[in-house]
Design a protein. Sequence first.
Lengths: 338, 338
Amino acid sequence: MKNHQVTIIDIARRLGISKSTVSRALTGHSQVNKETRNKILELAQELDYQRNNMALSLARSQSFSLGIVIPELMSSFFPSVISGIQQVVSEMGYSLLICQSNESYRTEITNVKSLVAGQIDGLMVSMSKETSEIEHLKALQRKGIPLVMFNRVSDEIESSKVIVNDHEGAFEAVEHLILSGCKRIAHLAGPQNLIISRERLRGYTDALLTYDLPIDNNLIIEYDLSPEQAKITTMRLLDLPVIPDAFFCFNDPTAIEVMKILWARGIAVPEQIALVGFSDDAASALIELTTVAQPVVEMGQLTAQLLLAQIENPLEEYQPETRLLRTKLIVRKSSMRS
Amino acid sequence: MKNHQVTIIDIARRLGISKSTVSRALTGHSQVNKETRNKILELAQELDYQRNNMALSLARSQSFSLGIVIPELMSSFFPSVISGIQQVVSEMGYSLLICQSNESYRTEITNVKSLVAGQIDGLMVSMSKETSEIEHLKALQRKGIPLVMFNRVSDEIESSKVIVNDHEGAFEAVEHLILSGCKRIAHLAGPQNLIISRERLRGYTDALLTYDLPIDNNLIIEYDLSPEQAKITTMRLLDLPVIPDAFFCFNDPTAIEVMKILWARGIAVPEQIALVGFSDDAASALIELTTVAQPVVEMGQLTAQLLLAQIENPLEEYQPETRLLRTKLIVRKSSMRS
DNA sequence: CTGTTAGCGCTTTCAT
DNA sequence: ATGAAAGCGCTAACAG
């Protein structure tokens, strides 16, 4: 008559059988007599039995929870990726521990540590803008914890990765600007420790090269993704002897900062300066910003799938694989020079 | 020589003492000989001992994880609240399981169930727009799981709650419009099953009454928070014989939808129609939307604190308390009529 | 097909 | 101050 949760022992006693049988019936082990199985299932239902996951975890030394470390939750990019992840993860009976690094390397390390302490079965990460050392991720792998990187990945580690074709996306964006008649296209480049930043830069330069446009290093500025730096950098570009006629920005939040400054200065977009961002954040449609859309939900799903595959498949030597998704240019007013 | 995690047994054996003592030393039970304690702590350090939380959980029947159910992650409101929650929660050694109801009552119920199955020690919830029955939350409490509601709360349940003074916030917003010269102020009201919607509506009507303005029911339309309905509702208001000269919207996403339509129709904001939202979403500053800001991070912190207080204090009869935070009107261009 | 027996790693009385 | 022992609830060989 305890008020306690009902356990398999309770239902075993009531039925005069052993708890092993109950366990087997409840977990669907085929080798159980149909009748007893039914009796067990019925009683379980009747008693509103709920299996105790902590016990399960301990017994199997599996926590059934996964971790994810992302830079931030403020733009719509990561929330969308997370939606995709949640879908597949919860379907498989896992839960998700979400940590924000707030773009800080230190915090990222702390996050990973606390997730490991929390006994996660696997981790998904998109690196902070400051991250270049990835010892903390290697340590993770040494402990045998499966890892999948996505979006912002490192090439100094062997793990599955899910990324988009940043080079192609950037190329198409810049190509579009060129075909719209832009000749002096500036690029606000992301931190060059991130592959994603380098690839987008490479897409930019390749597009210029392809169309025989000069690569002017004054027009390429790497910055740290902070709104303050975005502002300073933009000012610098606007104060150039010959002003750029287009900005291709590392991401949408950056493009939005640029847009604000152009508005403030009364510079017409796209007539005087055309503008293109990257990622198609929720706010971008609002201000008619041309951007390179990424298949965010799909990216999340894929990331989760790769991680789960690795978790449920530790026996055979797991082969890390890299999935490359395609981007899609979304042309809006900010680059429509008719 | 196992490759296994090092356990308290390992370190007990090495030191020739019992695991109980080790456990006590490691958890900081005062009654342990200083010398042995130090030896234990040192060895633990040396061996890089990490306590197994699953075992801890099982032994104490506490999972040290908390759940949160929110309508969505897309606007910046909930991410900010979550940041506040994360701070205090992780500091206390708990982890956070985040679920989105996607504004669906069914999903909300599913979320709660799966969190309960996940053995959470407590739950924080902001209801979906569809929720009016809260049997699922009462069931939670019957199971003895502490609950704190925030933002969108219900008055049909006894629990701690963290809300802002929606009435005051709405009143000030509408008062501001009135003082700016608006006379026909429309209100796009939220679903009236939510207290938050009713309070904002009440703030609106009270402001009108205070300034001797008529309350015109044609200007008050309840809608379901979907972009489609926002559009339809706005159209209806714009097709009125006498057009409104201001819109006070239930929240910022709504105001943004309205703004888009006004832009499309070539209606000048704020000259022809002034616009005010609620919550100060990230996108609002961008489009110069006047809005009522909420102390989001603080709301998160408070919510987490109340929950933890209840969890760590189950002995004495816990008294639910409601915290009322203050809003702040942020005037931007969308309502600046000279 | 089913029961028995060991754990999983830690906490917690109860003795000593 | 420390040890012995009994769980927490479930899984998983190993016998029958």
